[in-house]
Design a protein around this ligand. Structure first.
Ligand code: PLP
Length: 406
């Protein structure tokens, strides 16, 4: 890495003073001796040293540089730096998937005898970690209705080490008061971890609201075009060094440099994509709310959202995902989705392609009818992740969906 030509003049603004969209294009870039415009993809496992003394110094941590790509890699490091600049975090570590990030953050902080409090409305695999995996290693958990602060308070125990939540939640798009839960966690000596996938780093900043750590599945909006899996963990230097750094190095859920490169390029277009996807989501939500076949539309920044005020306080936009209840239960929802042409049936989200899913029979099938009813996931509910298509085509599509419901 040659850094000389990349060092900005002394008078230049430091990268963190530049605005988000600018940081997303330029942040973290390290140029090789060839001065390439676009970040290079370093598909290498290892690194060579000029002499034995250099190898010794690097292993001792006395001189900077790369040692092995399970630990770090230039392309992955560029992605991590760009993410840290975007989130306003001191440090970032990339992982092979969103679930690798969640697992590492949990196992890295916890030991037998500790306790976890988590919101019930978690991504399915996150619920598995909290409800099934951690208890096997002596870490019991209490699940609460995340929107009820009294339940968080009541669930705290002297040995509670981690509180964990997602907001907006999947698929009901409930909003959890991040600042309030952070206060409860800290009062009890616990850390708050927030899975910020639905909001993206552009619409909500959990670290500023008191969270200790933010995790993403970068598989979603950060790739944004449905290609690669990835994850990232963001926190203070101290948090990363204490809980995450060594765990990741020794257990090896490293992000591939290829996927890091895809994510790095994805970040450059994130603000433009998200703006369009959000505007498509708002237009589709407005249309659906006008149709008698749709009993309820859930979108965080709509005035009829049950937590509209909290959403407006902690988010700068409602994002690209909405949920709605079709009349006629499962039959109505299936008729709606089967009538779509442009919007594809898929359980993924955050893609350039609009994707629709029926949570009750797919992502939330496993939790059973009682847990679904308790969480407000009805048989008529559909979750729609809006993509980058022309909004008129999306509106024509959902109109056909409504017309197909009888
Ligand atoms: C997709 C997703 C995950 C898991 O991410 P992967 O990259 O699929 O491992 C975790 N949390 C939320 C909210 C997600 O949407």
């Amino acid at each position: 890495m040659s850094s000389a030509e990349n060092t900005p003049p002394k008078s230049a603004k430091p990268m963190h003073k530049l605005r988000a969209a600018t940081r997303l294009v330029h942040g973290g870039t390290m140029r090789s001796q060839f001065g390439e415009t676009s970040e290079a993809m370093f598909l290498t496992q290892g690194y060579v040293y000029p002499d034995m003394e250099a190898a010794e110094a690097r292993f001792k941590g006395e001189s900077p540089g790369f040692i092995y790509s399970r630990f770090s890699n230039p392309t992955v490091a560029m992605f991590e730096e760009r993410m840290a600049l975007l989130e306003g975090a001191e440090a970032a570590r990339a992982t092979a998937s969103g679930m690798a990030a969640v697992t590492a953050v949990m196992l890295g902080q916890l030991k037998a005898g500790d306790h976890v409090v988590a919101a019930k409305a978690l991504f399915g695999s996150c619920r598995y970690i909290v409800e099934e995996l951690l208890p096997r290693f002596g870490v019991p958990s209490t699940l609460v209705d995340g929107t009820d602060l009294d339940q968080w308070r009541a669930a705290m125990q002297p040995n509670t080490k981690v509180c964990f939540l997602e907001s907006p939640t999947n698929p009901q798009l409930e909003i959890i008061d991040i600042a309030a839960v952070a206060e409860i966690a800290h009062a009890g000596g616990a850390n708050l971890v927030v899975d910020n996938v639905f909001a993206t780093p552009l619409l909500q900043s959990p670290l500023e609201m008191g969270a200790d750590c933010v995790v993403y599945s970068t598989t979603k909006h950060i790739d944004g075009q449905g290609r690669c899996l990835g994850g990232v963990i963001l926190a203070s230097n101290e948090f990363i060094q204490t809980h995450v750094h060594n765990f990741l190095r020794q257990t090896g859920p490293a992000l591939s440099p290829f996927n890091a490169w895809v994510m790095l390029k994805g970040l450059e277009t994130l603000p433009v994509r998200l703006r369009q996807q959000q505007s498509n989501a708002i237009a589709v939500a407005d249309y659906l709310a006008s149709r008698p076949e749709i009993a309820r539309v859930l979108y965080p920044t709509r005035k009829d959202h049950p937590q509209y005020e909290l959403a407006m306080r902690q988010m700068t936009g409602g994002g690209s995902v909405l949920a709605f209840d079709v009349t006629g239960g499962k039959e109505g929802a299936f008729a709606f989705a089967n009538a779509l042409q442009v919007i594809k049936i898929s359980n993924n989200l955050g893609d350039a392609k609009s994707l629709i899913t029926h949570p009750a029979t797919t992502t939330h099938q496993r939790i059973g009818p009682e847990a679904r009813a308790e969480s407000g996931i009805g048989d008529g509910m559909l979750r729609l992740s809006c993509g980058l298509e022309d909004v008129e085509d999306l509106l024509d599509d959902v109109k056909a969906g409504c017309d197909a419901v009888r």
